[in-house]
Write a new protein. Structure first.
Length: 140
């Protein structure tokens, strides 16, 4: 009798573990796998690299910072159904961390670039940002 009870308990545990594993594997299949389109990523970063502000920042990095600091671009978000922009950060990539200096939104459909002001939580056209005078973070 004891053997039958132990067998039934073990069978129940094994059956429930298999069912749990099946349901968990099903969950993983339903999560969409975001494919990275390297060509589109390259276009988004190239649009930012063409900005005079980015070029000037790169020149100032070379003149003032030591060799452990590098100007880099980081894509932090890609377009989705509810958000049509690439979020690209330009910043100081050093051995300790990446420190964002500029935040840009890039729309590949019309090749437009916008500046995201993190303090005001607002999106500015490049012309608006340049007029504001805040496009020179490191000073001249």
């Amino acid at each position: 009798m004891k053997a039958i009870c132990i067998f039934l308990i073990l069978s129940g545990l094994i059956f429930s573990c298999k069912q749990n594993a099946k349901s968990q594997s099903g969950l993983h299949k339903r999560v969409p796998n975001k494919e990275i389109d390297e060509k589109k990523d390259s276009v988004a970063t190239a649009l930012v690299e063409c900005l005079p502000e980015f070029k000037n920042l790169g020149l100032r990095f070379k003149k003032t910072l030591n060799s452990s600091h590098h100007l880099a671009l980081l894509i932090t978000q890609r377009p989705e159904s509810s958000f049509k922009f690439y979020c690209v950060q330009a910043g100081d990539d050093n051995p300790d961390r990446f420190e964002p200096l500029y935040n840009f939104y890039v729309n590949l459909k019309d090749s437009s670039v916008f500046f995201y002001d993190t303090v005001a939580d607002s999106v500015l056209t490049m012309q608006q940002w340049r007029k504001s005078g805040e496009d020179d973070l490191l000073g001249q």
